[in-house]
Write a protein of this length. Structure first.
Length: 439
């Protein structure tokens, strides 16, 4: 098996020895030579769209250098798109257009910042001339306050845009939720896997509630959720559920939900009011193609079986279910949700590819995050990231030390919680980036 991963370079700070234009875009898949400026380090300073007489006071030097290089690269891409040779090649044109689109937000935001900053300088100069005119003085002060706030907002936005972007962020996912341990102690386009291993009825119920929570969140975000595989728990919920989530920027948001989710509440069957603790493990896996993960057919043990449950005439009559075992990793996948053997086989291999890719990605990210010592967390399955306290209607995110309203989260209102974690991660990476530039 060979894993082709694009992730490691996206998760580390860029070296100061790289060309400037590459520093901004190296987090994306490598561009062909035809898309790269001839000499971005030198040409960007003279060919930039930025007015030469504009002085940027608030932005730090490394930001000005990267944004100026981004302007040059963006202009270069626009010129390439107007080239008849490129326009006649659909594949090349699409590649160039994507390169331009990747930079457009950064360039537009930088231009907006420069405009606001220039207006701020003019207003401050004018303020000195209207000291004896109370009405004009008040209007000018209000304008200065508005422009100053706009500059600060755009500066914050630009800092976030300069951070290396995870190339997996745009992928659909598979999510896995597994019910975990129960009792007084508990520790432990994407594919989402939610699994319940042990711990009685509460573990399965908790896993089921997590799946419903993510389904509601996906609905609010305009994403599509397809259940791929599930194992029902005796007391309700799931022992394990795997689902596919399709939509814009799915992985960029749901990847922060990977880890151990702890549930604390009084079960309905508890007569003495004791709080029961259970856990569920959530795995978020980007969907990958066959070109990303190569599987040796000799490593596969494939069996067919008769499906169980609702399914019409095929149930218990046709061996449409697929039981897949990958010998080197020990991963086993069982699919029976589809009506045909070929459809179940296709889904089983899709799940296997995602799991193998996730294993390799976890190894690489572990090394990177060990170096970073991130406060936000590693995203590892063994990491406890949240506690759901039903008695107090509170969800605690242990990575950032923040509490959220449990009822809102269970209804799918996760966006504030997700953005809080993303913001913390950005602040950490910005500090690392600024530190690396000072070395």
């Amino acid at each position: 098996m060979r894993i082709h991963s694009h992730a490691p370079s996206a998760l580390v700070s860029q070296s100061t020895h790289q060309p400037i234009a590459r520093c901004l875009t190296s987090h994306r898949p490598s561009q062909p030579p035809s898309l790269r400026p001839t000499n971005p380090c030198t040409t960007a300073r003279t060919t930039s769209l930025t007015p030469r007489n504009t002085r940027v006071h608030a932005l730090e030097g490394y930001m000005v250098a990267k944004l100026s290089a981004a302007e040059f690269t963006y202009k270069e891409m626009q010129m390439r798109m107007a080239d008849p040779e490129v326009a006649s090649d659909p594949k090349e044109f699409q590649r160039v257009a994507k390169a331009a689109a990747d930079l457009e937000v950064s360039v537009d935001s930088y231009q907006a910042y420069l405009k606001a900053e220039a207006g701020l300088e003019v207003s401050r100069a004018y303020l000195k001339e209207v000291q004896n005119d109370p009405e004009m003085l008040e209007m000018t002060q209000e304008e200065i306050a508005e422009l100053d706030a706009e500059c600060k907002m755009l500066e914050t936005k630009l800092k976030g845009l300069l951070l290396p972007r995870d190339p997996l962020d745009d992928k659909d996912i598979m999510i896995e939720i597994r019910a975990g341990a129960g009792g007084d102690e508990a520790g432990k386009d994407i594919m989402m896997e939610i699994c319940a291993d042990a711990g009685g009825d509460e573990a399965g119920i908790g896993a089921g509630e997590l799946y419903r929570m993510y389904s509601r969140y996906a609905q609010k975000m305009g994403w599509k959720v397809n259940m791929l595989s599930c194992s029902d728990a005796d007391g309700g919920g799931f022992k394990e559920v795997i689902a596919q989530v399709l939509g814009d920027s799915v992985y960029s948001k749901l990847k922060w939900e990977a880890g151990v989710h702890r549930v604390q509440r009084v079960p309905a069957t508890e007569t003495q009011g004791r709080v029961h603790t259970s856990t569920a493990t959530v795995a978020i896996m980007p969907e990958v193609e066959e070109v990303d993960v190569k599987i040796d057919p000799n490593d596969i043990v494939l069996k067919t079986a008769r499906s169980s449950g609702a399914g019409g005439q095929n149930v218990n009559k046709v061996e449409s279910a697929i039981d897949l075992f990958h010998t080197p990793s020990g991963i086993r996948v069982f699919c029976q949700e589809q009506r045909t053997q070929s459809a179940n086989k296709e889904r089983a291999f899709a799940i296997l590819r995602a799991k193998l890719f996730d294993l390799e990605l976890a190894k690489q990210q572990s090394e990177i995050y060990d170096a970073r010592k991130s406060q936000v967390g590693t995203g590892a399955r063994s990491e406890k990231i949240k506690t759901y306290n039903w008695k107090d209607s509170r969800v605690t995110d242990h990575r950032i030390g923040t509490n959220f309203d449990l009822n809102k989260l269970m209804e799918g209102d996760l966006e504030d919680a997700v953005q809080s974690v993303i913001s913390q991660d950005q602040q950490e990476r910005l500090a690392e980036l600024a530190e690396s530039m000072d070395r």
